[in-house]
Design a protein around this ligand. Structure first.
Ligand code: KIV
Ligand code: ZN
Length: 399
């Protein structure tokens, strides 16, 4: 059934909202803090990428965070993504978020309150009944300052299911328009995620009127799998970050979720607004700003994501790239794939490389050069173009 939401109007049942928290949870990665100008550049890139909601910061955290949220709110004063600010469930946080968000055309106050027995007892030192009351009063206050209020059950995935249902019901009654269940410590497995959201959808009155959201951390490397499972269980907002940055092991990576949705439309028949051709550009901008490259084997945006080294794979890719590529490099912003020459590479890739470098070789010359190449490849990790030139230059003619 279609939902009517204050920021998005009537939403098709199969539309996935992308909530980006690179500038808030992402910035909480040690060493990844960004200055105002850098945050504004990232906000521009996120908007061009097509994200629906930008979590611009935690307005009460520091004067700098307040200024960032306010400046991003000003940037999107006429149109653009919804701008969100996070705060805890207390009046000071909520009012600070409201103040910073004022200039935005579409604003969201995001309120977080822990619901697990452990967090309530050790961290909040509150009883479950107090947490329930605070849920109601904080969301009520949030709604006095914004039509769009997201309520997050911190450590929701480790919370007692009955208590979680009661809290979610209280948040909806008080006016929350998005209900987010974070896997704050990245403990869940995909089946847990699916169970949590199915349970809420089956048991909480009024749940059909709000957008359900998943926010998964990557401590066990399952943030993207958990996000996909949540979507399949009825979640329509996913929270993620560029390059998967975030607290500890990070958050679900936006580029991976977006390309899972695009590549596996058979299993995930949902629409979204991400301009996937801009994924690499956005990833690179974040890496440049933060000074942290993604690891070479990172899906979608890592240097090796479309690189092929083994002879069997290179032979297949030269015949038809779909033998070893499930999406095209161009679809995420790369100009091409690459055949990397190394000790596993075969004759087909070597011949292809020679042709690209402008060498025409007969079969005998190819055999000789290929033997020398294999000797070299045993000594070097990667054989670069200039190595190949050095191997063949004296013996063959550039055609
Ligand atoms: O991981 C978490 O629980 C969070 C909330 C603030 C949404 O980041
Ligand atoms: Zn988080």
């Amino acid at each position: 059934m279609a939902i009517t939401h204050p920021s998005f109007g009537t939403l098709d049942d199969n539309r996935i909202i992308f909530f980006d928290t690179t500038l808030r949870d992402g910035e909480q990665s040690p060493g990844f803090s960004m200055n105002l100008e850098e945050k504004l550049r990232m906000a521009e890139a996120l908007s061009e990428l097509g994200v629906d909601v930008i979590e611009a910061g935690f307005a009460i955290a520091s004067p700098g965070d307040f200024e960032s949220v306010q400046s991003i709110a000003r940037k999107f004063a006429k149109d653009g993504p919804v701008v969100a600010s996070l705060g805890r469930a207390n009046p000071a946080d909520i009012l600070r978020s409201a103040e910073a968000l004022k200039p935005a055309a579409r604003k969201r106050i995001h309120i977080v309150l822990a619901t697990s027995e452990l967090h309530m007892r050790v961290k909040l030192r509150m009883s479950p009944e107090e947490v329930l009351d605070l849920t109601t009063s904080s969301v009520t206050l949030g709604r006095q300052h914004a039509e769009d209020v997201e309520w997050s059950a911190e450590d929701g995935s480790r919370s007692d299911p009955d208590f979680l249902c009661r809290c979610v019901e209280a948040a909806i009654k008080a006016g929350a328009t998005t209900i987010n269940i974070p896997d704050t410590v990245g403990y869940s497995m995909p089946e847990d995620m699916a169970r949590i959201f199915r349970d809420l959808r089956n048991r909480v009155p009024g749940i059909e009127k709000v957008i359900l959201s998943a926010h998964n951390h990557n401590d066990l490397g399952m943030a993207v799998a958990n996000t996909v499972a949540a979507i399949q269980a009825g979640v329509r907002q996913i929270e993620s970050t560029i390059n998967g940055i975030g607290e500890r092991a990070g958050n679900a990576s936006l580029e991976e979720v977006a390309m899972a949705l695009r590549t596996r439309r058979d299993a995930l028949p949902y629409t979204n607004s991400i301009v996937h051709q801009k994924l690499l550009k956005t990833s690179k901008l974040l890496a440049t700003i933060t000074g942290f490259d993604v690891q070479p084997n990172k899906a979608i945006v890592g240097r090796n994501a479309f690189a092929h080294e083994s002879g069997i794979h290179q032979d297949g890719v030269l015949k038809d790239a779909s033998t070893y590529e499930i999406m095209t490099p161009e679809s995420v912003g790369w100009t091409t794939n690459s055949l990397v020459l190394g000790k596993h590479s075969g004759r087909a890739a070597f011949r292809d490389k020679l042709a690209t470098l402008g060498y025409t070789v007969g079969d005998n010359q190819l055999n000789d050069a290929f033997r020398r190449f294999k000797d070299l490849a045993d000594r070097k990790k990667v054989v670069y173009d200039e190595d190949v030139v050095a191997l063949v230059d004296d013996e063959v003619v550039r055609g």
